[in-house]
Design a protein around this ligand. Sequence first.
Ligand code: ADP
Length: 219
Amino acid sequence: MIPGARLIILGRQGAGKGTQCVRLSRHYVVPHISTGDMLRAAVREGTELGLAAQKIMDKGGLVGDDIMVGLVDERLQRLDAASRGYILDGFPRTVEQAKSLDGITTDRPIHVVIDLDVPREVVVARISARRVCRDCGTNYTATGREKQPWICEVCGGDVMQRDDDTPDAVHRRLDLYEEQTAPLIQFYGDDGRLVVVDGTQTTDQVFGALTEVIERSRR
Ligand code: ADP
């Protein structure tokens, strides 16, 4: 077990972060904190944040650092995360966010940062087939033979393609990843917190590699 582990999973869009994080969060019983899911929930609820975020997300842009840091700070203070630890998915996404995260976690620092590495050509193909449960965030891969509407096996919610998984938005997000998020690999590499896991393996192999890294980091 890994009581109180605090992890970050980095990686390109479509690297399989979401699927692995959902599985890790069940395995270790720690909250999976996905900033993309939090923003999509705000969009569905029609909050002020949701309305502002939707325009940015549909174009494949990044929501402002201050807003994101505020949102995450609030979430990390909730009892589950404060006591059990957490898995951060989709945050930090810029060096600015990473520095702010260090600032808000000084008393309980992040244990390990994992880069789930999948090359760009591979993720473009994966994202076009990606379908997501709008309620619980479980990811599926479409074969084109599914019946509509597609019902989530985990929670019974509607499974659909994300509005921002169009080819233009995907390429914009991947460009932004190279510009803004890839520098985090050096940022966390420099201070020795980074471990790279090959995300092109089967999902079970990736899961095995992730749990190995996590348990090693907590010994
Ligand atoms: P993906 O990694 O597949 O692009 P996410 O579900 O993590 O998708 O995020 C969807 C969108 O939400 C992003 O394209 C971006 O607009 C916004 N977003 C999520 N997390 C952040 C963040 N940490 N900083 C800025 N924008 C974010």
